[in-house]
Design a protein around this ligand. Structure first.
Ligand code: C5P
Ligand code: C5P
Length: 433
């Protein structure tokens, strides 16, 4: 609680900085669900307090992006709010004299709140784990709640789900969740996950990637399965009895925890936080980031486009999951995949070894690596592993369970060998052959 109070104190300072600034405010955020919800929380906050702002969405706060912002800054000086990024790039922001606020949950380079006039709110500074206890949207919400905007807690929770921090919610996330419940913007129900989509049950099951049930990921097979259970496949909302029947049949494929989940029902036009995070993910991955922001802001047209995009994205994802056959090394598995899908495909394929997916981008390759809790408990830290990209002319980093890298295409083979070696050291296991 004391840690949360400290976060609150910094949030208050940030509120005052925003209130005291009358020029243009530039919000720069990330394209994934956590970034989009962070952006939406800031946009709503700034709109409500009558500030002039401009929102920019990027894939990564790279040196090129910073250089571009510096160029633009010459023409229109602004207060920058970096969401879901900035703590790792703070040196570049200082070098370029940014007047900025950083609202991030990645490991900070400098563990200080005020650095050369930049105000940084990062949970790690207060001993709160940004990989598990709060995401960037939660940090943005901590600022929004200083203005009394408790309704934005639903977006904070959606962002945390996007970063997979909900199994279960702990620490600051739990605090935000409880605040949302107290103010009646959110409620929790135990339910079958397929019910969250408000789509025909056959479609929800066939195109589900969480859980991914290969045997049912084919329309005809799934229709047959539902017919045997005497469940009308086009029904969107199942009765208690039907859910029971479905549960009993699904146990054949998966443990009940995989499909009986806590659903977060939210006061939002997309009334389920998990579904909302999936819509935002599909928009981000498909390059429709402004549609994503529109969805978070409850624009009807954007929600319609997002629902179509989501279904298309899920179909492609299922195709990709059927196509991909990862190659096994001693300690890792890897595969060549498609842009926008390597991370999620890798995370679905993880069993007893970490999985790396990569895709080419010109002369470079982009790598996403994913593990699971068991592997992390055994010592895996993919963030550290991906940092080795530096030795191969690239860059990388991230969390223990999920991390990424970019490096020259020609060095990929050597890089994978090195990664295999480091993972072996981290896990200190005798690999099965
Ligand atoms: O940039 P950022 O920290 O927000 O990205 C975290 C990424 O890690 C997300 O893509 C999230 O889905 C992924 N992740 C994962 N498994 C976890 C935790 C996070 O794949 N257990
Ligand atoms: O790109 P991907 O989804 O695989 O990234 C997983 C995590 O690794 C994210 O938190 C991302 O911010 C981080 N990452 C990083 N440096 C990179 C690439 C990814 O810190 N070069």
């Amino acid at each position: 609680m004391e840690k949360i109070a400290k976060v609150g104190e910094v949030a208050k300072k940030i509120k005052e900085k925003i209130e005291g600034y009358d020029g243009l405010i530039r919000v720069v955020t990330h394209y994934d669900p956590d970034g989009l919800t962070s952006g939406a929380i800031m946009v709503k906050t700034l709109l409500r307090i009558n500030k002039k702002f401009h929102l920019t969405i990027v894939e990564h706060l790279s040196k090129e992006v910073i250089d571009e912002l510096v160029r633009e800054k010459q023409y229109n000086d602004a207060l920058f709010i970096f969401c879901d990024m900035g703590s790792g790039q703070i040196e570049h922001l200082i070098e370029n004299n940014f007047n900025a606020i950083i609202l991030d949950h990645h490991q900070p380079k400098v563990k200080e709140v005020e650095v050369n006039g930049i105000l940084q709110l990062n949970p790690h500074i207060f001993g709160i784990d940004g990989a598990r206890e709060v995401s960037a949207s939660g940090i943005c919400y901590m600022v929004a709640r200083e203005f009394g905007f408790y309704d934005l807690s639903v977006l904070a929770i959606t962002g945390a789900i996007g970063d997979m921090q909900h199994k279960p919610f702990i620490g600051l996330n739990k605090f935000i969740l409880n605040e949302g419940r107290e103010h009646r913007y959110l409620s929790i129900i135990k339910d079958i996950i397929y019910n969250c989509y408000n789509m025909p049950i056959w479609e929800a099951i066939t195109y589900s990637t969480n859980p991914y049930i290969r045997e049912l990921s084919d329309k005809e097979e799934c229709l047959k399965f539902l017919k045997n259970l005497k469940i009308n496949p086009s029904k969107k909302e199942l009765t208690h009895e039907e859910k029971q029947k479905l549960t009993n049949a699904l146990i054949f494929y998966r443990k009940p925890e995989d499909f009986i989940v806590d659903r977060y029902v939210i006061k939002h036009k997309v009334n389920d936080a998990y579904y909302l995070s999936e819509l935002l993910n599909a928009c981000g991955r498909k390059g429709l980031t402004s549609v994503g922001i529109g969805v978070a802001l409850e624009d009807d047209e954007c929600i319609k486009i997002a629902k179509e995009t989501h279904l298309k994205y899920k179909k492609e994802l299922i195709e990709e999951l059927k196509r991909v056959k990862p190659k096994r090394m001693k300690n890792i598995e890897y595969f060549k995949g498609k842009k926008g899908m390597i991370g999620i495909v890798a995370s679905i394929l993880v069993k007893d070894k970490p999985v790396l997916g990569y895709h080419e981008e010109g002369e470079k390759v982009k790598v996403s690596s994913r593990g699971n809790k068991d592997l992390v408990d055994r010592g895996l830290n993919l963030g550290k592993v991906m940092e080795v990209a530096k030795e191969f002319g690239g860059e990388g980093g991230g969390h223990d369970v999920a991390a990424g890298a970019t490096l020259p295409k020609v060095r990929l083979e050597e890089f994978l060998k090195k990664v295999d070696e480091i993972v072996g050291e981290q896990l200190k296991q005798t690999p099965k052959t």
